[in-house]
Write a protein that binds this ligand. Sequence first.
Ligand code: GLA
Length: 380
Amino acid sequence: MSALRTVLLTALCVSALATMPDAGAAQARRATFGALADGTRIDAVDLTSRSGIRVRIITLGARIQSLYTPDRTGKLADIVLGFDSPQQYFDDSNYFGATVGRFANRIGKGRFTLDGHSYQLAINDHGNSLHGGTRGFDKRVWKIESTRSGSSASVRMSYVSPDGEEGYPGTMHVTATYTLTDSGELRIDYRATTDKPTIVNMSGHSYFNLASSPAHFSTMRDLLQINASHYTPVDDTLIPTGAITPVAGTPFDFRKPTPIGLRIRDGNDTQIRYCHGYDMNFVLDGRPGTIRLAARVEDPRSGRVLEVYTTAPGVQFYSGNFLTGAFVGKHGIVYRQGDAVVLEPQDFPDAPNHPNFPSATLNPGAAYHNEIVYRFAVKR
Ligand code: GLA
């Protein structure tokens, strides 16, 4: 073999080694999750990290289907609610683990005006539009753009929402990138662009349950902290009144870690009654656009701690009020009211109809971005 050939071959091997993930590194692996009743295949990408944490993302709704983290004894458990098959996700209206959009949360009567044009969105929630309408991003099949293994594992999925879909103006290109780091963090990066002025609000809708056993499934004893001094009260259809109200002296004051169940039955509070518990947008302290701690949940029994960081101006805390025990989820568990902590970092609900709320308008040439970080830890 000539000297030149040897040099070339060695260089090739070295570069192949450099791009090949080593066995201990974080890995992204493709798999098939299943198919919808009409035969549409739903793919999955499994992200695993050296810390033992693993997450499955599926192409139906670019959603988190399972997420395993250790408790204080090192025992792994799946800490998100959901289903075992694609069709169950398709038929369900709880948005388990989904990417929600175009507009996460509610828009009053599904109406808004932009640059003098009035738009009517699909109505799917007590006369309002919720989480993108009848068939939002959660029920669309996303494309796997790329996966990466190495010091972290990631997958980028994309979806193109046509002009007029569910009543929204503009063709919108969206991406959801999930990255699992070796330090035990799951990052979600949402991006969107448009070819016409429109509105956007993308969020992650995971139902967290930090328990290690179905016998201790209620989240009512979980300690919740939300980094918010204000919230946006709602009417009886859960549309914000436009007020931005201090949490002090209300059941919405979670500035210090507080058991979720402590004030959830406070019948004197109209907001608790309207929401059937907690289903409220909190105005996060700190500057929107900078990544900062939004909320922290601790299950004192399992020791699992979840911290949620975001660049978004608000976070919706929903306590699983509409889980009625009517169906069986993953691992043969029946989901009942209060069985989950849902923390959805987002723009404020109904923002297009409240000039005093941060704007949710997206113009051509601009880029929408919402970053969410889940950090997993244990308290010994
Ligand atoms: C959001 C809403 C809730 C409910 C859930 C899905 O969190 O704010 O009212 O619709 O989604 O069931």
